[in-house]
Design a protein around this ligand. Structure first.
Ligand SMILES: [Zn+2]
Length: 419
């Protein structure tokens, strides 16, 4: 068996590669740095024994690990192909350049000062989950960048799973498809993803969340495009004639309920969120995000918007307000509920790792939510990373190890239940 690096060394090597994505770029992947890591991963997959690993023209890295179930075994030829997915990009709004991972061994349960920026301190009093990690090995950035454990923890863990399978051939598994994807953080991770070519029956993303988490719920999402048409005339002679679309759109935004905004909601509450607006006196266009956990809830919010628009229109003679709704994605629970075993086997794997499964609902969309609607059911399993999208990101090495163990158990559960 060739010498190979540890999970920690691999993780530290990956986070040093700048893979920050960009929501301003129109290329795919959105940044070149992501391809540096993706190319590295092709080589690393090949080194782990997945000789068919390739990167396609969009940057997706795909590889196959064939089943090792011997002929004559009751599950031979019966285990579905399981996909394991992780994204290589890091959050677009926080620097991911020159990341210097800091390894805090035998963490003492107190505050963690980050050496690159004394103002960035992880306070045990503010983070009970961190305080409970006394004695563990915590990895952070040096405070000047994010760490990128979201989702390089997931990427490293999948590689570790492959090495452990290689080192212990007695662990039986069905066919495993591995996929490393770009641009998840800018919502375009599945834009060119070819579900047919990936050819998995079910998949799991291994992505940003704490110990024992399994996520099979996401928002339902629509976009509402609102166009206000006004009446422009020379402002010096506008009395009784002008209808200013800028004023009408502003009225509309202020007429919406204040308790249904991202700033005022949490948990399972949905929201109506104006994200941009542009135009002039004669026409203003605005884009609203509509989010809720149910389709019914989405439609209620859209009715709130329509009623507010009708009311504002009445108050501004000459104004016309048009609203068009574009469906964006749906709560993956709708798709997953049709085959609950995908989640049940994930829960069983978490329990076999000695943990209690924690169901979390994602207040957003994920690659998994989109894939679930593209025909590939894809719940998310934890990668162990915490405080993602910021400079205070941290991940315990021991939690990453638990994520590896969970995925190994998961592959075993699929074998057991496929006889
Ligand atoms: Zn992520």
């Amino acid at each position: 068996m060739p010498e190979r690096e540890t999970l920690l060394d691999r993780f530290c090597r990956y986070v040093r590669i700048d893979t920050q994505s960009s929501d301003k770029s129109s290329s795919y992947p959105s940044t070149e740095g992501q391809k540096d890591l993706l190319r590295t991963l092709v080589a690393d997959l090949q080194a782990a024994g997945l000789s068919d690993a390739v990167m396609d023209e969009h940057g997706y890295v795909i590889a196959m690990l064939p089943s090792n179930i011997p002929a004559g075994h009751p599950a031979h030829g019966k285990v579905p192909t399981i996909g394991l997915l992780a994204h290589v990009d890091t959050y677009h709004e926080v620097s991911g350049k020159d990341v210097k991972p800091v390894v805090h061994r035998n963490y003492d349960g107190g505050d963690l000062a980050l050496p690159g920026d004394p103002s960035i301190v992880l306070r045990a009093s503010e983070e009970p989950e961190l305080a409970a990690c006394r004695g563990l090995t915590i990895v952070t950035s040096d405070g000047t960048t994010l760490l990128g454990a979201d989702d390089k923890a997931g990427v490293s863990e999948i590689l570790e799973v492959l090495w452990r399978l290689r080192e212990d051939p007695s662990r039986l598994h069905g066919p495993v498809r591995v996929g490393f994807t770009p641009d998840e953080e800018v919502g375009r991770g599945t834009l060119h993803f070819d579900v047919k070519r990936f050819a998995a029956d079910y998949a799991y993303t291994v992505d940003g969340s704490g110990l024992g988490a399994i996520e099979a719920e996401s928002f339902c999402a629509d976009s509402a495009h609102v166009t206000v048409t006004g009446v422009d005339v020379h402002p010096g002679y506008a009395k009784g004639k002008m209808t200013n679309a800028v004023r009408v759109m502003s009225e509309l935004v202020l007429a919406l309920p204040r308790n249904r905004t991202p700033e005022t909601t949490e948990g399972r509450e949905g929201y109506l969120h104006p994200i941009n607006m542009a135009g002039n006196v004669s026409e203003v266009r605005a884009h609203f995000l509509v989010r809720d956990y149910t389709e019914g809830g989405l439609h209620e919010l859209e009715d709130v918007l329509r009623r507010a628009a009708a009311d504002v229109e009445r108050r501004y003679p000459g104004a016309h307000i048009a609203i068009s709704i574009d469906p964006s994605y749906r709560n993956m629970k709708y798709a997953i509920d049709e085959e609950p075993k995908v989640v049940q086997f994930g829960e069983e794997a978490i329990r076999r790792s000695g943990l209690t499964p924690k169901h979390e609902s994602i207040r957003g969309g994920t690659d998994g939510a989109r894939l679930s609607y593209m025909g590939l059911l894809t719940p998310n399993l934890f990668d162990g990373s915490m405080n993602f999208h910021g400079k205070k990101e941290w991940v315990p090495l021991e939690w990453m190890d638990k994520a590896v163990e969970t995925v190994l158990h998961l592959l075993g559960v699929w074998v057991e239940r496929s006889r």
